[in-house]
Design a protein around this ligand. Structure first.
Ligand code: TYD
Length: 143
């Protein structure tokens, strides 16, 4: 699962007028972009996210400032620093994510593969771990 999390470095276009980053669905990110939102004004001690998604894939980009993203798959965890407007991380379905350590100027842009549906969010960590260990068990039976 964590092997499917990908750090992405987008091409920086531009010229002496400044930089430009282009993100096309299915070309620069591995899904059709159906939703865009951004998170800003979070204090350094705030933890956001704290959920996994049954259906939605995401790409997170700090277009301004910095934050950290902790990604968990039920067995392993990895921490990413997002602090460049041309870098992002791709998060597949069913990884648990926490975003934190927001700089005062942080604007965290999120591209999502699905429209919002609160029912596909798992917000209880114990429930998430239960689902993931069941899946692991099923996979090992399949083998
Ligand atoms: P939440 O998922 O808790 O934000 P984060 O994961 O960034 O910490 O969402 C905060 C509120 O906004 C919650 O009431 C649901 C609502 N919301 C939408 O209506 N649509 C969306 O696309 C998102 C991401 C959140």
């Amino acid at each position: 699962m964590l092997k499917d999390v990908k750090f992405i470095r987008f091409n920086q276009l531009g010229d002496n007028r400044g930089k430009l980053v282009v993100i096309e669905g299915e070309n620069d990110v591995p899904f059709v972009i159906q939703r865009v939102f951004y998170i800003y004004g979070s204090d350094a001690d705030v933890i956001r996210g704290e959920h996994a998604n049954l259906e939605t894939e995401f790409v997170l980009i700090n277009v301004c400032g910095a934050s950290k993203v902790r990604v968990v798959d039920g067995q392993n965890e990895k921490i990413y620093i997002l602090d460049q407007p041309h870098e992002g991380i791709y998060l597949p379905r069913m990884v648990w994510k926490d975003m934190y350590d927001f700089s005062a100027d942080s604007i965290l842009l999120v591209l999502a593969s699905k429209h919002y549906d609160g029912k596909e969010y798992i917000r209880d960590y114990d429930e998430y771990i239960k689902i993931m260990s069941k899946r692991k068990h099923l996979n090992s039976v399949d083998l």
